[in-house]
Design a protein around this ligand. Structure first.
Ligand code: NAD
Length: 396
């Protein structure tokens, strides 16, 4: 029997279809522990919504258990998202809970986990520019899946072909697709729309994005307004109100000419920037489609969009507020997430035990939110001191 028990919890809020570890991830984790000092438990049915059967987990070497046993037996619990409110009471001191916890959007839950003595580890705190952490970058892997899916969602709502088609029944013009925000999700959306045969343009406020957009065979939209939105760590900065107004006005001209617009713009720690006003939507042609990947309870890139809400405007534009797009492609998203979380857990294990080095390990410094009864993540700690300051739709 292994000395460290790692358990996969079913994300059971009724909407999440991803699972934290796939059967291949079980095999990898057992190998990382040399087969002798790690045991992997999987909650029965944990992978079923992503098409991983209980049998496939058993075959990979996991022991299937019920939900209660996950909490009583595990040293480390793996999840995709936060624990359910009803599960928090079942977590015990010394246990670690690993997932995409979004600590900045629910600092109070992190405080509760600290009080319970739980070590909360969140993949969204990972220092993404560290080369050795790239295999653990779940924000990128899930954004990649979501960017791909956004194009399929847009295509499914669009009542015309994406590619140029020449048939005996006539010629179909290719769709004009515009992707706003060319980070991980945006670049994947550009590549996917290109593969479907659309004419694709991209735009980002970071000058570095220009070459990346062009290298995918898309056109980069240049604005005449001198806005350079590069911020810290490769991310964008928040624009001033004047810059934002200039950007909205100039983008409106381009948006009106496109059939499909996919928006992905985010600024870490801030609510998503508004790129498309209702007036701009009103200028688009009937039958046009917008997918707002930034839709959040705090607002999105498109005025009036909300997560999981699809609305057809009076002028016939379908505005899709994306929900959890990665969960809609649960198998690929879980396979990638499994690699990320498995690599992170393997990194944190020394001699068959979870060992957290907050003094010397940059990766631990980023991902460990609570430890030894304390909230140790500076951003989360700051929010708990001034809760009114939270404006974040994002957890980095
Ligand atoms: P993100 O989700 O924070 O934002 C998405 C995009 O929105 C970004 O490209 C951002 O510039 C853009 N944006 C923000 N405000 C905008 C506005 N007003 N108008 C237009 N666009 C706007 O970004 P992300 O996908 O997480 O990636 C951000 C950066 O980090 C990219 O440069 C990416 O290549 C880099 N990155 C690096 C690594 C690595 O070094 N290993 C890993 C992941 C991402």
């Amino acid at each position: 029997m292994g000395s460290l028990r790692v358990a996969v919890l079913k994300d059971a809020d009724g909407t999440e279809r991803r699972v934290a570890l796939d059967p291949d991830g079980v095999t990898r984790l057992l190998k990382a522990g040399d087969g002798s000092n790690i045991e992997v438990l999987v909650e029965s049915g944990a992978g079923s919504a992503a098409w991983f059967s209980d049998e496939s987990y058993s075959a990979a070497g996991a022991r299937l258990v019920d939900r209660a046993s996950v909490f009583t037996e595990a040293d480390v619990i793996l999840s995709v998202r936060r624990p359910l409110a009803g599960d928090i009471d079942r977590l015990r001191s010394g246990q670690a809970f690993v997932g995409l916890l979004g600590p900045l959007t629910d600092p109070e839950m992190m405080s509760e986990l600290a009080t319970r003595g739980v070590t909360a580890i969140s993949l969204d705190g990972l220092p993404r520019t560290l080369t050795r952490a790239q295999g653990m970058d779940a924000l990128s892997s899930q954004a990649n899946v979501a960017g791909y899916r956004a194009v399929l969602v847009a295509a499914a709502h669009f009542d015309r072909f994406f590619p140029l088609l020449i048939t005996a029944a006539g010629t179909a013009k290719p769709a004009n697709v515009l992707v706003l925000g060319a980070g991980v999700a945006g670049l994947q959306a550009i590549g996917t729309a290109r593969r479907l045969g659309a004419l694709v343009s991209g735009y980002d406020v970071r000058p570095a994005a220009r070459d990346e957009v062009k290298s995918l065979g898309a056109k980069f939209i240049e604005l005449t307004a001198a806005i350079s939105g590069a911020g810290e760590g490769g991310y964008a900065r928040e624009l001033t109100p004047e810059e934002r107004a200039a950007q909205q006005a100039e983008l409106a001209e381009h948006i009106a000419r496109h059939d499909v617009v996919i928006t992905t713009a985010q600024v870490p720690g801030r609510k998503p920037p508004l790129l498309i006003t209702a007036d701009t939507v009103a200028r688009m042609k009937p039958g046009s489609v917008i997918v707002d990947m930034a839709a959040s309870v705090l607002g999105g890139n498109v005025e009036g969009s909300a997560p999981d809400l699809t609305n057809v405007t009076a002028n016939g534009v379908t505005v899709v507020g994306a929900g959890n797009l990665a969960s809609e492609m649960a198998t690929s998203a879980s396979q990638a997430y499994s690699r990320n979380i498995g690599a992170l857990v393997a990194h944190l294990i020394t001699d068959g035990q979870l060992s957290i080095d907050l003094a010397g390990d940059e990766i631990a410094q980023g991902v460990v939110i609570t430890h030894d009864g304390q909230v140790v993540h500076p951003g989360t700690e700051a929010l708990l001191k001034t809760p009114a300051a939270t404006e974040s739709g994002d957890s980095r």
